[in-house]
Design a protein around this ligand. Structure first.
Ligand code: GDP
Ligand code: MN
Length: 397
């Protein structure tokens, strides 16, 4: 689960990671108040207004702006709040900005005394261990650095039995070219950051840039924090940070009904129990000459309610020209699912596209009979081959 920069920074700060301080604002008046408070608390004459959206590259898109006085704070906040911010990561339609983070200016007095770094913590899947990835080339697109100057990206692998060791934190600070006070600060920063990563059950931290200020403090200017959804039950306070307006509305709807749904661009909607069968079903749709409109796993307990929720989600996609339901009745009985399909169909009413139901497993014959005798525009199949042929047929009609 992604969270906003201001939320990520609050988490980091709670673990003793130094961050660029800021206050979140939802309108220009709040932004002005925030700027006054920052001046009071941190003696920050200038402030930065930063759009809060779940995408990076905000600076490039005009979502990060410096303000030199309160008048400018108001202007910039007016510009940014409510804008449809387009960055290299949002896609051409951009994302609506509803909040800004007003922060202290930490680059004062100038860029000659400050230095930007890149630091991230993530899981290296091939070794099954966490790594700290870091670079002297902070503040820019790390993918570009990786492509053109890969030797400037370092990786430190962490042994899960002992965690990040002191010598590793020192090696990182050394490789980043630091000495004296800044070196010590970086060691503290990396140590606290790694602790936070483990304690929060995160799947990624990306801090770009990490800044060395002109007075040799090390702090997080940006914070991209990705929390592992499977561990959210252990962190109710983090689960509450979820911003549904940043997520695909149909995917949100699906997760409310405990359905595992991913929207795709094709024309055949599918509803399947089990992720593996769902993958196989998508292959079948392709072989039959269609393109899957979605991935939808209704899980082990397919009943009238889940089938209905699934129908509604699939039908909200205007590209769908046919629906293929492919259920294996292992624990769940096929005749129950068939009845669920019939009930859901009747309840929704006029479903404008043909439906193909393939039920295999316990009571498959009874299930087919129920469908065939329902009088609805539903084609039944038991074999996968028949189902595929039916998909080809209805797409050609
Ligand atoms: P991103 O563009 O979404 O990655 O947002 P960042 O939080 O990384 O900010 C983008 C850029 O804004 C940074 O790389 C800095 O160059 C600049 N920036 C951020 N905070 C400050 C600040 O306090 N003062 C100044 N002068 N620039 C800042
Ligand atoms: Mn950044």
């Amino acid at each position: 689960m992604n969270i906003h920069e201001y939320q990520g920074k609050a988490i980091l700060k709670s673990f003793g990671v130094r961050v660029q301080e800021g206050i979140v604002a939802e309108n220009p008046e709040q932004a002005v108040e925030a700027a006054k408070k920052l001046k009071q608390d941190y003696n920050s004459d200038w402030v930065v207004i930063k759009a809060q959206i779940h995408a990076g590259g905000r600076g490039k898109g005009g979502g990060v702006k410096l303000a030199k006085n309160l008048e400018e704070v108001k202007q910039r906040a007016e510009q940014i709040i409510g804008m449809q911010l387009v960055t290299p990561q949002t896609g051409p339609e951009g994302k609506l900005v509803s909040k800004v983070l007003v922060t202290q200016d930490v680059y004062y007095p100038g860029e000659t005394e400050t230095k930007e770094f890149y630091v991230s913590v993530l899981l290296n899947r091939s070794t099954g261990r966490n790594i700290v990835m870091y670079s002297t080339e902070g503040g820019m697109d790390i993918e570009e650095v990786a492509e053109h100057t890969p030797h400037l990206i370092f990786k430190e692998e962490i042994d899960p039995k002992v965690g990040l060791q002191g010598f590793q934190a020192r090696k990182i600070a050394f490789n980043l070219g630091l000495s004296g006070e800044a070196f010590k600060e970086m060691v503290k920063f990396i140590t606290a950051l790694y602790k936070a990563y483990e304690a929060t059950d995160s799947s990624m931290f990306e801090i770009n840039p990490v800044l060395k200020t002109s007075d040799n403090k090390i702090l997080a200017v940006d914070a991209k924090v990705n929390l592992d959804e499977n561990a959210l039950f252990r962190h109710a306070d983090y689960a509450a940070m979820r911003d549904l307006s940043e997520e695909d509305p149909t995917e949100v709807e699906a997760s409310k009904s405990n359905l595992n749904y991913v929207k795709l661009d094709g024309n055949v909607g599918c509803m399947v129990n089990g992720a593996g069968l769902a993958m196989a079903t998508m292959d079948i749709i392709k072989l039959a000459g269609g393109e899957p409109a979605n991935f939808l796993d209704v899980g082990g307990t397919a009943n009238a309610e889940t089938v209905k929720a699934g129908f509604n989600i699939i039908l909200s996609d205007p590209n769908v020209r046919a629906i293929l339901i492919n259920i294996f009745g292992g624990i769940v009985r096929c005749d129950r699912v068939a009845q669920g399909v019939i009930d859901a169909y009747k309840e929704i009413g006029n479903i404008p596209v043909p439906i193909i139901v393939r039920l295999q497993g316990t009571n498959a014959e009874e299930a087919k009979k129920l469908i065939d005798e329902s009088g609805l525009k539903v084609y039944s199949a038991i074999q996968l081959k028949e189902a595929a042929a039916l998909v080809t047929k209805v797409l050609a009609d």
